[in-house]
Design a protein. Sequence first.
Length: 316
Amino acid sequence: MYVGIDVSKEHLDVASEDRAFVAQFSNDEQGHGELARRLLELKPTLVVLESTGPYQIEVSLVLAAAKIPLAVVNPRQVRDFAKAMGILAKTDKLDAGVIAKFGATVKPSAQPLPDAETLELEALLTRRRQLVGMIASEKNRLQALFGPAKDSEAAQSIRDHLSYLIKSLKKLERDLRKRLERSTAWKDKEDLLKSVPGIGKVTAMTLAIDLPELGTLSRKKIAALAGVAPLNRDSGKSSGKRRIWGGRATVRTALYMACYASLRHKKDPTSSRYDQLKQANKPHLVAIVACMRKLLTILNAVIRDGKPWNPALAGH
């Protein structure tokens, strides 16, 4: 039996692929307990949920603690599956059945969920990105003011808010740093990542937290997971341009910025690759993405081997 769960803020709509089991539970502590007990009785092959941010985290942890096989999947994959099956209508109860059918057809692997420490670090890192974005927005608003408006109450309000955001960001970064330093495993991983030229503390934190699979997958799989593996777009005699898409945007952004920093070093792991591609008249972005993929391959090897970066790895 494959069971799908459609998660909303208030309710959990649950259905098996054959619709023999259909139920609704409240998305709270009591509902989570009732759902876990019912699923333990049914002994499903797999329970499938869509990744819906904060609404699915708590129920996922409860089911994982109850040793119920669980897979958290990309909502876009489920929606594309529903369209392919000709299911265009969308309701919570219907979605639960579609998710169950997706599980029965695709059979995604059951996934171990991150522990509480990892989830807390992810939340702090997400909040850091939000603060950085708000600071950039407020600076842009301040720069947009001109003439007498620069000394107006509106301008002062922006400056006050900027000051508050910057202080909040510094405090959050101190807290994040202390949490990482208290964990030997996290600190060791961060130190290994920072041994690679161009990888600073923020990039190392992002990769360690947002890409926990680093060091456990092949270079092709880790590139696809991060979204830096070019994908073919060929049909018949037509050969389209290979493009990157999907993957984890935060990881891809971190690699992009790291490559720019890394290219400033004379003995870095990517500058020779960039120069080769530019000499071959490859577009700038194509060369940068190739460097991002090479940098990720080296980082993957560093974590896999548990050894700091060595120039010899640049050729692997």
